[in-house]
Design a protein around this ligand. Sequence first.
Ligand SMILES: [Zn+2]
Length: 249
Amino acid sequence: MKPHDLHTHTTYSDGKNPVVDHIRGAEAAGLSYLAITDHCFNPSAAEWITQMRDDIRAVKTHVTVFAGIEAQIRDASGATTVPQQETEKLDIILVDIGGMTEGVFRNPPASKQMAIKNAVTAYVNVSADPLVDIVAHPFNLGRTPSGIASTDITDADVRTVARAFAANGMIFEIMNSSWWWFPDEDIASFTKRYADIVRIAAEENVRLSKGSDAHAVCGVGMLSWVDRVIAMAGVEKAIIDPSMFVRNA
Ligand SMILES: [Zn+2]
């Protein structure tokens, strides 16, 4: 298994350090593959992607570095903020549910069950988008206004999403700080619940990636919680080979 971190943020969005620092950090962490995946919330102002890609290509390194973005899912339809005109320049595209997502974080419904249903529908629909490679930290729903707990997400919800991911080849990211989204939950209990979620996904033949979601160079390659979850879930075989993203180099 070639060590990888396919989710990091630099000064091209809200990260603290430039691309070159992330690449040195990846070398120091012993990674074979790194992705720079800065946030893209506005697809009509995405010219920075060209410069980011050029910055990446200009650094001499033995690490394979992918130019990427993390776009956001807009609503349950699965529409995203991926800039269609820039995708040729990108090796890897992540999407997440976040502050812009209608019916989950924005204009949340009265019931948390409905918010979960909207999220599940959004994941199912976005999995059919051929531009998207990876869903970042699936089920990061704990800081939504509806007050969702990890145990409110049912195994049936997970299986519904997992079947759609498997059918469409969508990759499920295990993100190192997924627990952060559930501030009221005990870490040990949450870790066990998230390992269950990941195990169900792998049972449905979903492939998994690893990401730190580092917003500073000190977090690049920080995957200790991810590796705990993988070991607890017994899903080593479901981890992707990141060389699948070597296409625009
Ligand atoms: Zn991120």
